[in-house]
Design a protein around this ligand. Structure first.
Ligand code: UDP
Ligand code: MG
Length: 315
């Protein structure tokens, strides 16, 4: 069996307390696989000594550790993207720097990828996070499952394996808000999940504040789907239909019960207002449809990705 090269991509943001341990554990885990590998540490504009530590580690473990230094903080997924761009391996493993997902799981992931899966997800066993984090994860996971149609349980967990073909596809997407695991799944063909252990964040706090999380949720929703725009039209149609039915009802009651029943036209006014309001929503929804199309076109993803070409003679 040929042993494809493995690239491990790790975004690092203010993780000086943990970095040396991370490097040692990664190198040890990867050494045990007996195959070529590189660990790419992407410094996402850390304000502490992370950058310096990364440079030192790169020097110490010549060739095994690659440092990628970004000039300022671009966010976790942008940092991972930078790492993917630099990576050379056939298999790419992404991992968080905070040791919540132990690097010792890397060989398991690689072994699973050897079976021919192009995306390997992980499910965190006995998750060590706050209730709020777990609720928001649940919401994200269910909506992503609906949108991508890929049945994976845990999108929040960054410990994942991707085949080179999927990474190449992702690198051809130039949209701004990228969320790597979701993007990967929209190009994945053959996916699976394995359970991994999950530890508490060893040192320091989560780099995600509540505000950052809320931003992330909105980002995710708007980058994945234009469904909210379509909901406007649906809402408008409902309001409009209600107004119309109310109008009909008033006419019928007017005929049956006589003049007093209409309360001097107040209900008629209601009905008309509903119809007009509904009309406005429908119009907004229509605008939204066009905006949605602009969105997809501006995103300018390639129409398709070629996974492999076979049968052509090398020249
Ligand atoms: N991270 C990053 N840039 C940021 C925020 C986070 O590169 O702006 C990195 C961070 O160093 C860690 C990973 O992304 O390796 C996940 O961050 P964290 O553990 O704080 O997130 P959580 O586990 O709470 O989702
Ligand atoms: Mg974490």
């Amino acid at each position: 069996m040929d042993k494809s090269m493995v690239s491990v991509v790790i975004p690092v943001y203010n993780e000086e307390a943990i970095l040396n341990e991370l490097v040692e554990r990664c190198v040890k885990a990867c050494d045990s696989m007996n195959r070529p590998y590189e660990v790419i540490l992407v410094n996402d504009g850390s304000k502490d000594k992370s950058a310096k530590l990364i440079c030192e580690a790169a020097e110490k473990h010549g060739g095994k550790i690659v440092g990628v230094l970004l000039n300022t903080n671009y966010g976790q997924h942008a940092a991972v993207n930078a790492g993917l761009e630099v990576s050379k391996g056939e298999y790419i493993i992404t991992l968080d720097a905070d040791l919540q997902n132990p690097p010792e799981e890397i060989p398991n992931l690689v072994a699973t990828m050897d079976k021919g899966y192009d995306v390997v997800g992980t499910v965190r066993q006995n998750r060590q996070d706050t209730l709020f984090r777990r609720i928001s994860s649940f919401m994200i996971n269910t909506s992503v499952r609906k949108v991508t149609g890929v049945n994976m349980h845990d999108y929040g967990c960054m410990l994942r394996g991707y085949h080179r073909s999927v990474v190449n596809a992702m690198l051809q997407c130039h949209e701004h808000s990228k969320f790597i695991p979701i993007l990967a799944n929209s190009f994945a063909f053959n996916t699976t999940e394995i359970p991994v252990t999950h530890a508490e964040r060893a040192v320091g706090d989560s780099k995600y504040s509540l505000w950052k999380l809320i931003n992330l949720q909105f980002d995710l929703m708007t980058s994945m789907t234009t469904l909210p725009l379509r909901l406007l039209s649906v809402l408008g149609s409902c309001v409009c239909a209600f107004g119309f039915l109310l109008g009909l009802f008033i006419i019928v009651m007017r005929i049956l019960k006589g003049d007093e029943w209409t309360q001097g036209g107040v209900f008629t006014l209601f009905a008309i207002t509903f119809i007009l309001m509904g009309g406005q929503f429908i119009a907004m929804g229509l605008l939204g449809e066009y905006i949605g199309r602009i969105f997809y076109n501006v995103r300018a993803r390639p129409l398709y990705f070629i996974q492999r070409i076979v049968g052509r003679k090398q020249d």
